[in-house]
Write a protein that binds this ligand. Sequence first.
Ligand code: FMN
Ligand code: EPS
Length: 355
Amino acid sequence: MPGNTFGQLFRISTWGESHGESIGVVIDGCPAGLPITAEEIQKELDRRRTGQSKVTTTRKEPDRIRILSGVFQGKTTGTPLAMMVENADADSSKYELIKHLYRPGHADFTYDKKYGFRDYRGGGRSSARETVGRVAAGAIAKKLLARRKIKVFAYTRQIGDLVMQSFSQKEIENNIVRCPDKKMAEQMVQAILQARKDGDSLGGVIEVVAKGVPAGLGEPVFDRLDADLAKALMSLPAVKGVEVGIGFEAARLRGSECNDVFIAKNGKITTKTNNAGGVLGGISNGNDIVLRMVVKPTSSINREQDTVTQKGRKSKIRVEGRHDPCVAPRAVPMAEAMVALVLIDHLLRQKQAQL
Ligand SMILES: Cc1cc2nc3c(=O)[nH]c(=O)nc-3n(C[C@H](O)[C@H](O)[C@H](O)COP(=O)(O)O)c2cc1C
Ligand SMILES: C=C(O[C@@H]1CC(C(=O)O)=C[C@@H](OP(=O)(O)O)[C@H]1O)C(=O)O
């Protein structure tokens, strides 16, 4: 089955290319009766949008959301919910010049291998522009989760070798790199601007937290909650790794250090620490769900690199055009959307698990 669909009970299909006419999403399985407005979805899309600050691509897409179906009198109807935005500022001229060359680090070569043909304008379907649909669907998932007092938020933890030290949750939205550690945020901005000036790019780490998730979500074997969350984040462009809880740090610890010891608090069973990141045996344990994803440095860089033509002839490439010098800041709302989509899907599945 072509891989444009995600989720089991809350299913989304995204469609569209970076330089095509428009781009969007269809949600199938959204429960009826949820009050939702275009403005609420727009708010999330505005956090994802291009051209929003000096550390993002200069492509200027307004990304005005249109709800085409599935909402009547301000409420979801339970029928397929379709949403789209126009591509208003695509400029394919720079791509015309490099259409026979493979950009190192981008998907040009692999798309040719898979399909024998590709829409070379703006990376076509491989462009992060595809995530418009995910973020729009994520806005609806977030609203459904909020009814159960579940909140998903993310922030930039690291850019290049700059790692956040501390933060207050209230400040998460306050700066353009979306790092809640204000001091570090300023350094991150400078590092990104410098990388762009050098004709280069930077990678980073984003942390995602879900609060208020009840114990019991997730399936015990293949659709473990952590497996689905990892897949959701890994399915975002440029993501090269995902950690749950303490993640790879677990290799250094002994069992006695790693185990989250059970305690009873105000008549509720919980744990003293949260090294597991809120999931045990693939099932949520009621603690915060804590995840991290690493994004690689943007591959399209404005400096000469070696490459080959489609026919395998040696060549040089300098990728011009409008690219994010670091994808981390704009990936923050994408990560939240993907986690919200998994959680709403599993919440609906859990409703079927117990009478
Ligand atoms: C928020 C975001 C913005 C991105 N912007 C760009 C960009 O401007 N230029 C680019 O070459 N890649 C960009 N990417 C990354 C590419 O889409 C990605 O590297 C490409 O699809 C190949 O996939 P892979 O890196 O996962 O292998 C962006 C990714 C994200 C998440
Ligand atoms: C357009 C968006 O981001 C784009 C993601 C992207 C890529 O290769 O992923 C390349 C750039 O655009 P273009 O396809 O025109 O070269 C970014 O501007 C967006 O997120 O809406």
